[in-house]
Each structure stands twice: as C-alpha cells, then as structure tokens.
Design a protein around this ligand. Sequence first.
Ligand code: PEP
Length: 253
Amino acid sequence: MRRVLVAGNWKMNTGREQALELASGLVEQCGEPGTVDVMIAPPFVWLEAVAAVVGGTAVQLAAQNAWCEAPGAFTGEVALEMVAEAGCDTVILGHSERRQLFGDTDELVGRKVAAARLAGLGVILCVGETREQRESDETDAVLTRQLLAGLEAIDGEMAAGLVVAYEPVWAIGTGLVATTDQAESAHAHLRKELALRYNSDVADATRILYGGSVKPDNAADLMGRPNVDGALVGGASLSVESFVAIIKAATGV
Ligand code: PEP
C-alpha cells in the first residue's frame, strides 16, 4: 500500500518571516505522524531555518533543485551534499520551470537524479507535457521520454523510494487542472512504464503525485483515483489554511 504524500513547492516565494510562520503553522497542525506524508520545499536560503522548525516533527523537508557535481567551482549553484546537510532528505528535480526557464534538459535531469540518489537523497522527479504536446496527442510519448531519461542511470535498487510527479505544464499556476480522468490516465501510463523499465514491484511501490493547480476543492477527487498517490502543490502551499485543507482531503482517501 502506497502512503499518500502531499508536498508543497514554495518556489521563489516567502521572505524569512513568512517561511518560518508557514513552517510553524504546519508543524502545529500536521507535526505528528499521521496517515499522510507531508513535505515542504522552501527556497534554498531558508532551508536551515525551516529545518530548525520542522526537525523532529513529521513534516519533511525538500530542496527545489540542486546541482549534480561534487562541491567545487560552480558559481551560484548548490550541491546535493549541501542540501542534505541543511536538513533535506529529498530534492525535487526536473520541475517544468527548471526545464523551461533554466535549461534543465532530459539528460541533465537524469544526471541530477543519479547524483541525488548517490548522495542518499530521495527524489521527486517531475514530468509533464505542454498544452501543444497534449493537443497533438504526444502526452504519453513525452512522459515516457522524460521518465526514462530521468531514470537513465537508476537501477531497480536505486529506484526504491523514488517519487514521480506528473505535472502537466498547462496546469501549473494557471488555475487549469487536469480532469481526474486525464490525471489517472497519465499516472497509469507512468506506472506501466516503470513496470517495463524495472518490474511490477518497483512500479507498485513508486508514488506518483499529481501537480497542477491542486486546491482544497479539487484535491480529494484527484487523489481519490487509484494511481494518484498524492499531490505536489505550488500556490496553495503558501497558506497554512489551504495546504492543510489539501492534506485533510488526502486523509480521506
Ligand atoms: C508546481 O509548481 O509544482 C505546481 C503544481 O504549482 P501550482 O500548484 O501553483 O499549479
């Protein structure tokens, strides 16, 4: 049985005070271990301060990205070892904003995933099609390509604990949300690809999150589908009230 995971991606939002307030509000309401895993991904600069708030509670900490080389001459980048030392146990990789705005290619995402697993970090690997790709019936092919490239160097053993996030690009931050059928179909496709790449045990154990305008009023329907194992939440994770409402919706699944 896969445990539901609700992860909040704060993106490049929050000042220090808001970050700490959000984290403590969340710890107050979801700090005890429950039936749903809860994770937040603050900006790099607040990771350590947020780690001090969520440390020892059930709220897990993730980084939104990292660089794939060992610490060294990479001006402006943050190494996986550093995010681990700052208190993260997971890193989000391949987010569509990274792919579209910062040149994270399929190949680079694959290198980052491999380096993260070698550094002992959990990974949320994001994949998703653009509107044009969906309209030209390329969704499944795009998902397969991004998934397999992301997992290029990952064997069955390293795949343990991996999380995949299906995030249709057209639904991120737009208020447009995939229908539950669209989400279920994409998730089922990804699970089938995981079974082909590894085996049915890995496919059955891998959590596949949906991301793209998840809100308190659509969360339960999306997470109620058999292959949707939780949510990666952007905008609605910036308020304790709406993020907790999504976590509560997941609890009812
Ligand atoms: C995201 O950035 O991963 C995301 C899903 O954003 P939003 O919930 O705001 O669409």
